[in-house]
Design a protein around this ligand. Structure first.
Ligand code: XMP
Length: 506
């Protein structure tokens, strides 16, 4: 294992992903909660930070159980921290050092720099620079503007680098990280989807024994992969519940239920569409709709759970980004992100929670899913909100509006798939506006609904830009919707980014 100590950098998770891409397991821990350094930990990486080492409240962790005892690679802030606390001097840079730079000098005899090319492009992002190095720090890389772009502490397996090897623009960053992780730390590159599946299934068997486990399937990637892993471990002791809230995409309930059954899962499909519609009757305010949908879901799920006797565990598809303790930039205190699913279930269910994916990033969940043989249609699905089409019908929800939206949505999504654009887009949706407009079809005047198409590119849903879909494609989708979906006579395309807009309209 590689231990990554986080000082709050925006790139910390990227370091972890790069380590994992080398098939080596790693964990991120906040700098102020350093775990005990066991023989299991083969190396430590210090992340960058929004702090300056000269800030009054900057992170100053005690590294005495790490320095000289286990290989250490310090990135950016980490490197400055080592220099500053070992007798060097860190000062604000005279020129801004952000973006591309080239390593004009590289000591390729140094283990960390082996195989890098002279002039290698690296990515800088720092306001401070190491002005004077301690005598026992040996410079192993420089750029035109930064003399001390890389160093090794003499006689110690400790390195510091000012640039960010984890970002894509450091073109040989992966070589450097491999030098450290494999060459210097001696990690075996055997943490693969197959080995993850094997060890997780064994752990789940030991942990769960003959207990009954409950899991709510959503049709999405995480809950599906969690279900298949658990099924491999405990077979029919895993009871899956898939609720139709009547707000799923067209034919989605039947199709997804069918593919779950083909995977051999012990799954019960619950058609609760009427209950959700009743609960939503007369409500048009978005947050009230969310509450009504959430509450009805819990009632339905709870009822189904009680039909299964002797359930001891609730399984969830929580993934790593949901559980990483994040370092707050407003002070060196650590806060834990609350997981969006955990709060939703009534605590009187008193079930123990099992989360087999909680060490994986999303792309790793997909790779595990592929190795498990799960349908690529499920693994590559766009994110879909829990309240489903309920928050894409602006205002009050009726049966007729659900029908219109399902039909229009199916044309848009099928169109994206058949023209190869589905994978280019992070999320796509059709929004039914609470607006009617005048049109003309044949010789008749029409007065019908407007729908908006929404397609965005994003990596995590926090920020997003509208997708520049080809005009010809938009023209065809618009034409198909207006011709085939009764009740719609106008289609518009949403060209707002997030922020300031959001991805959904409610
Ligand atoms: P916004 O609209 O806030 O959405 O830009 C960001 C991401 O979150 C999804 N989303 C939800 N997911 N329950 C969910 O499970 C919700 O109430 C909800 N609201 C938005 C949205 O689809 C997008 O992927």
């Amino acid at each position: 294992t590689i231990l990554i100590l986080d000082f709050g950098s925006q790139y910390t998770q990227l370091i972890a992903r790069r380590v994992r891409e080398l098939n080596v397991y790693c964990e991120i821990h906040p700098f102020n909660k350093i775990p005990e350094i066991t023989p299991w930990i083969k190396g430590v990486i210090l992340s960058g930070s929004p702090f300056s080492v000269r800030d009054k409240n900057a992170p100053y962790p005690d590294l005495s159980q790490i320095r000289s005892k286990v290989p250490l690679l310090a990135v950016c802030y980490g490197a400055q921290y080592l220099a500053q606390t070992s007798g060097g001097e860190v000062m604000p840079s005279k020129i801004r050092e952000y973006g591309r730079a080239n390593l004009g000098f590289i000591d390729i005899t140094n283990l960390l720099m082996k195989g890098l090319s002279q002039g290698s492009q690296v990515w800088m992002s720092h306001g401070d620079t190491i002005l004077h190095k301690p005598d026992h720090f040996k410079v192993i890389a420089s750029t035109a503007d930064v003399d001390i772009a890389g160093f090794q502490v003499e006689g110690e397996p400790t390195w510091g680098i000012q640039f960010h090897p984890e970002v894509y623009h450091s073109t040989e960053g992966a070589v450097l990280l491999k030098n450290f992780i494999v060459g210097i730390c001696g990690c075996h590159q055997d943490w693969t989807p197959a080995s993850f599946i094997e060890s997780t299934v064994a752990e789940l068997k030991a942990q769960l024994g003959n207990d009954q486990v409950l899991l709510g399937l959503s049709g999405g990637v995480d809950s599906s992969v969690a279900a298949v892993l658990l099924h491999k471990a405990i077979g029919r002791n895993l009871h899956c519940i898939f609720v139709d809230n009547g707000l799923l995409r067209k034919d989605e309930f039947a199709r997804v239920l069918d593919s779950y059954q083909h995977m051999g899962l012990n799954v019960k499909g619950v058609d609760a569409a009427e209950r959700f519609l009743e609960a939503l009757h007369g409500i048009s305010e978005p947050e009230q709709k969310r509450k009504a949908i959430g509450k009805t879901f819990i009632d339905v799920f709870d009822h189904e759970a009680h039909l299964i006797s002797d359930v001891k565990w609730l399984a969830q598809g929580t993934i790593y980004p949901d559980v990483i303790e994040s370092v707050s930039v407003n002070g060196p205190s650590a806060t834990i992100k609350s997981h969006h699913n955990v709060g939703g279930l009534p605590d009187y269910m008193k079930l123990k929670v099992v989360e087999p994916l909680k060490s994986l990033f999303k792309d790793e969940v997909r790779r595990v899913g592929t190795t498990l043989g799960i349908d690529p249609d499920i693994l590559n699905r766009h994110p879909f909100p829990g309240p489903g089409l309920g928050i894409r019908i602006l205002g009050e929800i009726t049966r007729e509006k659900i029908r219109i939206l399902q039909e229009a949505d199916a044309i848009f999504i099928d169109g994206l798939k058949s023209s190869g654009l589905y994978k280019e887009v992070w999320q796509a949706a059709v929004i039914l506006l609470p607006v009617k407009s005048v049109g003309v079809m044949g010789d008749e005047r029409t007065y019908e609904y407007v729908v908006a198409l929404r397609a965005v590119g994003s990596t995590d849903g926090m920020t997003a830009d509208w997708s520049h879909l080809p005009y010809d494609f938009l023209a065809k989708v618009s034409n198909d919707i207006i011709n085939k979906v009764k009740g719609v006579n106008r289609v518009v395309y949403d060209i707002s980014s997030k922020p300031p807009a959001t991805i959904e309209w409610e």
